[in-house]
Design a protein around this ligand. Structure first.
Ligand code: PNS
Length: 158
């Protein structure tokens, strides 16, 4: 069985993430979405909320599960869950520059491979930061995020 980990902060999950995870689930028997605590980034949503939104979104997708990546190295997490690879989406050359050293370090540390999937053009402008900003300033992000996320974003402004 081939399994992959899709790691990220997902603060919050947007449709670009959803599309990459769905494509990963076509390539691997099992996909584990690993939601990073990532306290360096001062997330808008708690780890529990980010996990809940992702679980709700993928509840209908076979072979996709959502868990916390609360501490330690990604390579150790992947070994613990028996994953063969990490899958990441690339929107542009900045993503490539950001992701390549991490992919190379992970391979150096444990031989873990990273598979990069090019973002679909419909989603390559999306980022969690932009989604939050546009939403907070009154813009319509209904086509940018899953329902579970839109609801939580609206609640977070109340
Ligand atoms: O959504 P992000 O913030 O780009 O996700 C980054 C993430 C979670 C993939 C990265 O921070 C990570 O791998 N964290 C686990 C700690 C680790 O292994 N660090 C060394 C990476 S080479």
């Amino acid at each position: 069985m081939q399994s992959a980990v899709c790691p990220g902060s997902f603060d919050p999950l947007h449709n670009g993430h959803v599309e990459i995870i769905a494509r990963a689930s076509n390539l691997f028997d099992e996909v584990i979405v690993a939601v990073s605590a990532n306290m360096n980034k001062r997330p808008r949503f708690s780890l529990e909320q980010r996990i809940e939104m992702a679980r709700e979104t993928f509840s209908y997708v076979r072979g996709v599960s959502v868990v916390a990546l609360s501490h330690g190295l990604l390579v150790d997490f992947c070994r613990e869950v028996g994953a063969n690879a990490v899958v990441k989406g690339l929107r542009d050359d900045r993503d490539l520059l950001y992701e390549t050293p991490m992919a190379t370090m992970n391979r150096h540390l444990s031989g873990l491979e990273t598979v990069f999937l090019p973002a679909d053009g419909r989603y390559s402008h999306l980022s969690s930061t932009l989604v939050k900003e546009v939403h907070d300033l009154g813009g319509d992000i209904s086509e940018c995020v899953p329902r579970a996320v839109q609801r939580r974003l609206t609640e977070s402004l109340r």
